[in-house]
Design a protein around this ligand. Structure first.
Ligand SMILES: [Zn+2]
Length: 264
């Protein structure tokens, strides 16, 4: 099998027709052509050494959702050109019911991820990486105004994305894009540290009550685990020991030594 196959070239052509020719679509609130996004997703997947079908699905992943009514891309059209496997992958990352409210749609999407196969998780991972790395970049240049282009406020948008990343990561630990997603989650959290993150204060307990196998949950991204599995225990300080969320780096738990308050 060749690396740059017919099937991949065909997918690029197909996606270009949908996003550029029929839709003349640009990235939300920007002049950059939309096609850069599915191509970035395809590139991330090929760097992650995904299979040909997964790369093809990544390039096609927005064609059903974004095609105009009179030039609708249907699952049948994708099946005829790219096969059943690619079609199922594209459908798995396509929003099912666009008539629901933002909140309901996002809730559905999270439930959906819990049933994903590894290949669907890969496409979703690359989609999230492409979209939100672009947002982090734009944010570093333009600040909070980048959030004007979304249908949801900054806080909701970021918390939802952290939940998506958490759901993807807890489903598949060997995901080749695992550390890219962890890094992205840190950047997303950084965009709002000092703002709403403070509304979720860490739980404070005494060190004698601290256990490595105690169940903890991140209030931001819903990650669940034990301090031991989080690998984010900081015990350098003489006064306390803190545990951070391995996904979004939020401080979840602080265990204070009994003498700390007296010494200070
Ligand atoms: Zn978290």
């Amino acid at each position: 099998m060749t690396i740059y196959s017919d099937k991949i070239r065909k997918a690029i052509k197909f996606a270009s027709k949908t996003h550029n020719q029929y839709q003349q679509q640009t990235r939300k609130g920007k002049v950059i052509p939309y096609i850069t996004h599915p191509l970035t997703v395809g590139m991330i997947l090929s760097l992650a050494k995904a299979s040909e079908d997964v790369i093809v699905a990544g390039i096609l992943h927005d064609t059903i959702e974004d095609s105009p009514k009179d030039k609708k891309t249907t699952p049948k059209m994708i099946a005829e050109r790219f096969g059943k496997n690619v079609t199922q992958l594209v459908l798995s990352v396509t929003e099912q019911n666009r008539n629901l409210s933002w909140e309901e749609r996002k809730k559905e999407a999270l439930k959906h991820i819990k049933k994903f196969t590894k290949d669907s998780l890969l496409v979703k991972s690359a989609d999230v990486l492409a979209n939100y790395s672009e947002l982090v970049d734009d944010y570093s240049r333009y600040g909070d105004e980048v959030f004007n282009r979304f249908n949801a406020p900054k806080e909701k948008l970021i918390i939802h994305q952290l939940k998506v990343i958490s759901a993807i990561l807890s489903k598949w630990k060997e995901n080749p894009l695992y550390w890219d997603l962890v890094f992205l989650a840190g950047n997303l959290r950084e965009m709002c540290s000092g703002e709403f993150m403070n509304e979720y204060p860490a739980k404070i307990i005494k060190v004698k009550d601290f256990k490595y196998d105690m169940k903890i949950k991140c209030p931001i991204c819903d990650w669940r685990g034990t301090p031991r599995s989080s690998d984010n225990i900081n015990s350098d300080s003489h006064f306390c020991l803190d545990v951070r969320c391995p996904i979004c780096d939020k401080m979840i738990l602080v265990a204070e030594y009994a003498s700390a308050n007296n010494d200070l």
